[in-house]
Design a protein around this ligand. Structure first.
Ligand code: CO
Length: 344
């Protein structure tokens, strides 16, 4: 699966070129048109057989949360700012890849031996952290890194058979699913694919992509939050998604309420084809659907996601079967969607 390559690529928001190149190579020859728009979105058209008069937009964002280098210090260390919703609790002590040459660095901190009791019990604020690339001074650092370079966690992808581990599954899992769909046979309707930029900083690429593609329906594909770990005995709230329970259909999040007709259609399609599925049982977070559904005169939209534990951290974990079932469900949906599903 292309997920390994996609996961190990550096594509922090606003600098998605490496991811775009991998995807473009993978879909070339399987789509009828492919181009990069002014913001860097990779857009593609896979024409249908002509039997269903619909244009369906598939969306997955190429960018990941990470860091931007904002300063080279006299001691050779690098100052940085978070890009997107990076969890400050998981940054300290991690190795990172810096810049296009993938220089290895470490987010350094004071040894625990020297920390006061108060320092040990609190999260170190991100603006006091530095990346150490082993440079002796600013001059040496400036030969290797430039202000504005991106950095991301240095995480090798691991295929454990039934489970997969790696960074940036949000949303390289969605990208991998979409690549598979585009490499398949023609669908009854035209498919307009958008691999978007800058989702993690505010759904910025998707709005532009939807405006250009003018779809009748949109499906945002994601690697989404998952919290199916052991709970406190008195905690009776069910997890928002669970690994291994099938693709998760969105109901509502901070940026959109999924079109109920599309929610029903996906659930029914899954049941008809004996594909496991679950609902994404939270209103937290947001996806590109938030920008897409507001494009032009409005676009009926829904999100479908792979449940990924530990997103926005150095390592995420998901189930291979969930990814395969998401591909199957989308193939079945694209084979049976008709204008009647969204008719008013
Ligand atoms: Co995402």
């Amino acid at each position: 699966m292309i997920l390994r390559e996609l996961s190990e690529a550096i594509g922090v928001s606003g600098d998605e070129g490496a991811v775009r190149t991998i995807i473009k190579t993978a879909i070339d020859g399987h789509v009828d048109e492919v181009w990069v728009d002014n913001l860097g979105n990779l857009l593609a058209i896979k024409r249908g057989t002509g039997s269903v008069p619909l244009r369906v937009m598939l969306d997955a964002h190429m960018d990941e949360v990470g860091m931007m280098i904002t300063g080279l210090n006299a001691d050779g260390s690098l100052s940085f700012h978070p890009v997107g919703g990076l969890d400050p609790r998981v940054v300290l002590g991690k190795t990172v890849w810096v810049g296009p040459k993938r220089l290895v660095g470490v987010v350094g901190g004071k040894p625990i031996h020297l920390c006061t009791a108060k320092e040990r019990s609190r999260v170190v604020p991100m603006d006091s952290l530095r990346i150490d690339i082993g440079a002796a001074d600013e001059k040496e650092a400036s030969g290797k890194v430039k202000v504005g370079d991106r950095a991301t966690f240095a995480t090798e992808y691991r295929d454990l058979g039934a489970t997969l581990m790696g960074k940036a599954f949000d949303d390289r899992a969605g990208c991998a699913v979409m690549v598979e769909l585009l490499r398949g046979e023609r669908y009854p309707m035209d498919v307009a694919a958008a691999f978007t930029v800058q989702e993690e900083v505010g759904l910025r690429g998707a709005g532009v992509a939807a405006y250009r593609l003018e779809p009748d329906v949109a499906l945002a594909l994601e690697g989404t939050i998952c919290d199916d770990l052991p709970r406190e005995p008195d905690e009776d709230i069910s997890p928002v998604t669970e690994v291994g329970k099938g693709p998760a259909i969105s109901l509502m999040d901070r940026a959109t309420i999924a079109d109920p007709r599309l929610v029903r259609f996906l659930a029914e399609t899954a049941e008809l084809n004996h594909i496991p599925y679950q609902f994404r049982r939270t209103s937290a977070g947001g996806t590109d659907a938030g920008a897409i559904h507001l494009s032009r005169g409005g676009v009926p939209s829904v999100g479908l996601s792979v449940a990924c534990r530990y997103i926005h951290s150095p390592v995420a974990l998901c189930s291979r079967e969930d990814i395969e079932n998401m591909i199957r469900l989308l193939q079945a949906a694209l084979s049976s969607l008709t204008p009647a599903v969204i008719a008013r």
